[in-house]
Design a protein around this ligand. Structure first.
Ligand code: ADP
Ligand code: ZN
Length: 818
């Protein structure tokens, strides 16, 4: 009898592929282990075992595997079921899910580029002969493909050797190098071990009596430490003792001080420090908690709808504590991890070392570490905080998932496949893991609220802010009227300027929101109307004052700002629209004494830039913070009393069926930054359109009004959540090819689905990186059987693929696109 395994290859194949194994291998292998396998003419891939059986494939001869790569599964069976769901729901292959779900280092293949890790000091004696050969080859040549290394070592299968070298951190993959970011190390010092006793210390101080500068450093250290043993940063010590880095270095060299390097982005956990006690919940939080627990006991997905600053986080904390008390794991999903320093710090105060952060910017090594800790259910990874990809970790005992800010669009992943929605995939994961799941938001998505009204989800709410602080007072400022009366200063209304002055005079802070980065997004010639375009994409370039550049936000193309129009040559270029940079500059001119900071993608590129801005705003080194929607992401500033929205109209006018829902969410969330701690905050919304329904609803804090309007519209125009939508994208360099191919496809779809097919249409930006783009949208009845629908589409795709003239046109499915 022959033995076979079906494996998932990390490529877009529709089916699992079968390989033959020996009897011994078959009995050793478990589902979820990796194997190195040959594929095609000469490729080697890392594949994942999905099935073990004795049925030979019917249409091809099964090749043998090269080697087994793991001693234990690295992926659980629940994960495999979850991936299958994702592949089938989001219309992609299991291999594509595999590729995006596991850290790159797990996926060595013949084409992978390998480099030496320069950071690691290698003791050559510790390397095996083969490892040494690889190491030596990489000394001579900086980068090698896996297949080249195979030739050097003269061994077909080098993946196990490379795996060991990766684990020892001696080599790294090319992807890794691209992703790498340098962790920031902070130098701390404490008293050397030898001087811990009173006696030794006395002796030390005596001996230093002739080195006054050094003894001043030691005394300053004691002052800073107080009665504790805590570590002090070298910076602090330098300042306090008025000494220099050189003096401190001398003390370190003499081992009087001990130096410790601590990574600032990692858990700086002091074991001596007891976790903080959790806060007592107030009656509203308590009620919400009880409602959540009841709903959990009915195994329902539950929505926590609590206004901004109502204390949702404390409720999550309570649920997490209960979960880990039972020895189970908790997963806390956030829209964007880079933006959540405040939250991570808060959870670490309560749970200390049990919190693990899963960060796409962490090195592969660290991600593998978290992966393994989660798999082994280690104490160190009882609670995982992460953005959507944390969903793919190998939880073995998941008890609770929290999806915070569940309405956020960034939970949906775009490119490449699997294009999954992390909230919805989390719900499926919870179901497969039989664990509880809570969605939280101050402004729930129309989808989730709809599910509540249908009785499908449980519901809990907190309608009051913590400490009974009132919801902010929202005023709509009619800038059309004010412009007509010439009572605007640049983009600022008198009301807003007055509000800023008053707040700052009272020692309070202000947030200004403008939904565009850059200076003046578009430059236009007032003579001929030309505005500079990106040569690769079908968009106008955006002007960035700071670098005096015109940039494309789609492909990063840029050029220097022109003095005169490229089309007609006249020096009549004028800016149109305005961005955060201009807001900052105008305000600074109007109020020169104001300390203004800006937060947008341009100012937060570096890893720590974001934290720096937040911290300096928190420390009140800034009076005003100007920013884009980054500002909405759950930040908690106690001293902000005024939020100004520069222009609400560009949000409302966005051509998308979700534009109104989004505007409501965004405006309500930004407004929520006002007056969180003490007194009632103020919000000024500048608009040309103060009677717009959505703005009225934001002003009245009328979520349900917004919801009712939206759900009626969606029903009428057949949009989610009442209908499912699938977007099919066609891409090619050649304009006519895209036109013809998408027409053909849409026509074929219409034969089956009639009027529910829209398009093909060019999107607002119809060419990106020299590729033309067309969309076809399919609206599906909720009752319509999804599997059947997809089979129809797949069949059409097969015929499509057979048409020679459409060759090369990419077809991309995006299910539930948002
Ligand atoms: P949300 O997540 O709903 O916007 P937070 O959880 O950030 O609200 O809470 C808002 C503020 O109220 C925070 O500063 C938080 O520390 C404080 N807070 C919330 N609940 C309590 C509580 N039970 N006791 C003391 N302070 C609380
Ligand atoms: Zn471009």
């Amino acid at each position: 009898m022959g033995y076979f395994i079906n494996v998932i290859l990390p490529i877009p194949l529709e089916k699992l592929f079968t390989y033959s194994v020996s009897k011994a291998e078959a009995s050793y292998l478990k589902i979820g282990m990796r194997v190195a396998v040959p594929f095609g003419k000469s490729k080697i891939y890392t594949a994942l075992v999905a099935e073990i059986h004795t049925t030979a494939p019917a249409v091809y001869e099964a090749k043998e595997i090269h080697q087994i790569l793991d001693d234990d599964p690295i992926v659980t069976e629940v994960q495999l079921r979850h991936w299958s769901w994702i592949a089938s729901y989001y219309m992609c292959s299991l291999g594509e899910v595999f590729r995006s779900a596991v850290p790159n280092a797990f996926l060595l293949e013949s084409e992978t580029l390998i480099l030496k890790n320069k950071e690691t000091v290698v003791d050559e004696k510790e390397l095996s002969d083969e490892e040494f050969l690889v190491f030596e080859a990489l000394e001579r040549q900086s980068m090698l493909k896996v297949q080249e290394i195979a030739a050097i070592v003269d061994k077909k299968n080098v993946l196990p050797i490379l795996k060991r070298l990766l684990e020892k951190n001696i080599i790294q993959t090319k992807e890794e190098v691209y992703q790498q970011y340098k962790p920031k190390l902070v130098r701390y010092v404490t008293l050397g071990e030898k001087y811990q006793s009173e006696e030794a210390l006395g002796g030390l101080l005596d001996s230093l009596s002739r080195a006054p500068k050094q003894s001043k450093v030691i005394l300053s250290l004691f002052q800073l430490q107080g009665n504790t043993q805590k570590k002090i940063t070298v910076k602090e010590l330098e300042v306090k003792s008025e000494s220099s880095a050189a003096i401190i270095k001398t003390l370190i060299d003499k081992e009087i001080l001990e130096e410790v390097l601590v990574r600032t982005d990692r858990v700086v956990f002091d074991p001596a420090k007891k976790p903080k006690n959790r806060k007592e919940l107030n009656e509203h939080q308590q009620q919400a908690l009880e409602d959540i627990e009841t709903s959990f006991s009915e195994n329902k997905v539950t929505l926590l709808h609590g206004v901004t600053s109502s204390g949702k986080t404390e409720v999550y904390v309570k649920l997490i504590a209960d979960c880990i008390k039972e020895g189970k794991q908790a997963l806390y999903l956030l829209p964007e991890i880079a933006l959540t320093t405040q939250l991570i710090a808060r959870l670490q105060e309560y749970f200390g070392e049990q919190v693990a952060v899963f960060h796409s910017k962490y090195s592969i090594h660290e991600r593998v570490e978290v992966w393994n800790n989660v798999l082994a259910n280690k104490a160190k990874a009882q609670i995982v905080i992460g953005a959507r990809s944390a969903l793919f970790l190998p939880f073995s005992k998941l008890g609770l998932i929290i999806v915070d800010e569940e309405h956020e669009a960034s939970f949906k992943q775009y490119d490449p496949a699997p294009r999954y929605h992390a909230r919805d995939s989390a719900i499926v994961l919870a179901h497969l893991s039989k664990c509880n799941i809570l969605l939280g938001s101050a402004t729930p998505s129309v989808e989730s609220f709809y599910n509540v009204t249908q009785g499908k989800y449980g519901y809990a709410q907190i309608q009051r802010r913590f400490g009974n602080v009132q919801m902010p007072e929202v005023t709509l400022v009619d800038i059309k009227e004010l412009t007509r009366k010439k009572r605007m200063k640049g983009h600022f209304s008198e009301h807003l300027l007055h509000g800023i002055t008053t707040a700052v005079e009272e020692g309070e802070q202000v947030i200004l929101f403008q939904n565009r980065r850059g200076y003046a997004p578009i430059v236009e010639c007032t003579t001929c109307g030309h505005s500079p375009q990106c040569p690769n994409c079908d968009v106008s370039l955006t002007f960035h004052q700071y670098k005096k550049q015109m940039r494309c936000h789609y492909c990063s193309y840029h050029m220097a700002l022109q003095q005169s129009c490229l089309a007609c040559g006249m020096a009549t270029l004028n800016s149109k629209g305005f961005g955060t940079e201009q807001v900052e500059e105008e305000l600074q001119k109007l109020m020169p004494n104001l300390r203004i900071g800006r937060m947008d993608l341009d100012t937060t590129r570096g890893k720590y830039a974001y934290e720096k801005i937040i911290t300096s705003f928190e420390k009140h080194e800034l009076d005003v913070l100007v920013g884009t929607q980054m500002l909405t992401k759950g930040l908690d500033f106690a001293n902000v009393s005024l939020v100004g929205i520069m222009n609400a109209d560009n949000l409302l006018n966005f051509p998308d069926f979700r534009a109104h829902e989004r505007s409501y969410q965004l405006l309500a969330q930004v407004s929520g930054r006002a007056g969180r701690a003490k007194k009632r905050g103020k919000v000024l919304i500048q608009t040309y359109n103060p009677y717009h329904q959505i703005l009225q609803q934001v002003a009245a804090n009328d979520y349900e009004g917004m919801y009712t309007d939206q759900i009626n519209e969606r029903r009428q125009f057949k949009y989610p959540p009442l209908h499912r939508i699938l977007k099919i994208t066609f891409k090619h360099k050649d304009y006519t090819k895209v036109e013809d191919a998408s027409e053909w496809f849409a026509k074929s779809l219409r034969v089956v689905f009639n009027s529910t097919v829209l398009g093909p249409e060019f999107p607002a930006v119809s060419r990106i990186r020299n590729q033309y783009i067309k969309h076809v949208i399919l609206k599906m009845e909720k009752e319509q059987h999804l599997g059947k629908t997809k089979n129809h589409i797949k069949r059409i795709e097969k015929s499509f693929d057979a048409i020679a003239q459409y060759k090369g046109v990419r077809v991309i499915y995006n299910v539930d696109y948002i």
